[in-house]
Design a binder for this molecule. Structure first.
Ligand SMILES: NCc1[nH]cc(CCC(=O)O)c1CC(=O)O
Ligand SMILES: [Mg+2]
Length: 331
């Protein structure tokens, strides 16, 4: 005797309105943070070979691009400076200059586009002549000396009007040191987004092209960034950063670490961001350039995957593309 299934999951997939009604997760423009690269000069628009569609922009072009992102409803941009080599030194001292490119960019954006958030990257690698995120001695990145420099860097950015400082260096104790310094200087509402679980990843290659540190870097960052083998350690790192005063935590890279995002979110229930990093973006672009996948569809699916894993916001080079697609879809 033939029997029919009483429960047919396909019934709820039969048409668009049902699918919309039963969808468990949603991607909106409010989930997007757009990383951007600033360069010195005027009328500079420099494409980055390994990141098609991404450009380094001088401030006269960067500010209107940020205004466009604001008009699309993107809540926040993440700022990265690209310095000429002659402004770099072994200690990365330009990072603490209150009039450096980063601070100029923050002030220009706050003046012209006050209603978008600015997340300022705090790390020494764009400023050091060796490309490491810290002060190096005998081949080792010194912790306390580096933290001191990061505190100064965070303070000049906060003074310039940065809303969120985001240490991406992975030194121990830097969140507490930065929090204390911000409080002492009256920056009580400046938020800290900790790159809490940042892995020593092969997916940062195109970013190092973008900030022109790849050719400088000797060795790797394995003595400070995390081992991709580890997962419990990510929870310890996140726990420490929250205890030290982080307002938001980040997992980086994104797709290969969705399990980490899920564990962090379930364990701590704090605002949890993911960084869909340069190499992940480059993969989508390269495959779509070959006609092997559809960039738009794969981007939106990827970003929705971050939401499903428990992410509150996603740093992605595709933020403007995604915002336009969401708007066109009426979302
Ligand atoms: N402070 C370094 C930094 N900040 C953001 C990225 C990578 C971002 C990306 O790949 O998109 C890196 C690279 C690194 O650790 O070498
Ligand atoms: Mg840590």
């Amino acid at each position: 005797m033939h029997s029919f299934p009483r429960t047919r999951p396909r019934r709820n997939r039969v048409d668009g309105w049902t699918r919309r009604m039963v969808a468990e997760n949603h991607l909106t423009v409010n989930d997007l943070i757009w990383p951007i690269f600033a360069v010195e000069g005027v009328n500079q628009r420099q494409p980055i070979g390994s990141m098609p569609g991404v450009e380094r922009l001088s401030l006269d072009l960067l500010v209107p691009a940020v205004a466009e992102a604001r008009d699309l409803g993107i809540p926040c941009v993440a700022l990265f400076p690209v310095l000429p080599f002659d402004r770099k030194d072994p200690e990365g001292r330009e990072s603490g200059n209150p009039d450096n490119l980063m601070c100029q960019a923050i002030r220009a954006i706050k003046r012209e586009v006050p209603d978008i958030g600015i997340l300022g990257d705090v790390a020494l690698d764009p400023y050091t002549s060796h490309g490491h995120d810290g002060v190096v001695k005998d081949g080792y990145v010194l912790n306390e000396e580096t933290v001191q420099a990061l505190v100064l860097q965070a303070l000049v950015q906060a003074d310039a009007g940065c809303d969120i400082v985001a240490p991406s260096d992975m030194m121990d104790g830097r969140i507490g040191a930065i929090r204390d310094a911000l409080e002492a200087k009256g920056h009580t509402l400046t938020r800290i987004c900790a790159y809490a679980a940042k892995y020593a990843s092969a997916f940062y290659g195109p970013f190092r092209d973008a900030v022109q540190t790849g050719g400088l870097l000797k060795g790797d960052k394995k003595t400070y960034q995390m081992d991709p083998a580890n997962s419990d350690e990510a929870l310890r790192e996140v726990g420490l950063d929250i205890a030290e005063g982080a307002d938001m935590v980040m997992v980086k890279p994104g797709l290969p670490y969705l399990d980490i995002i899920r564990r962090v979110k379930e364990e701590f229930r704090v605002p949890t961001f993911a960084y869909h990093v340069s190499g992940e973006y480059a993969m989508l672009k390269a495959a779509s350039a070959n006609g092997w996948l559809n960039y738009e569809a794969a981007l939106l699916e990827t970003l929705l995957g971050f939401k499903r894993a428990g992410t509150d916001a996603i740093l992605t080079y595709g933020a403007v593309d995604a915002a336009r697609l969401l708007r066109a879809a009426g979302q």
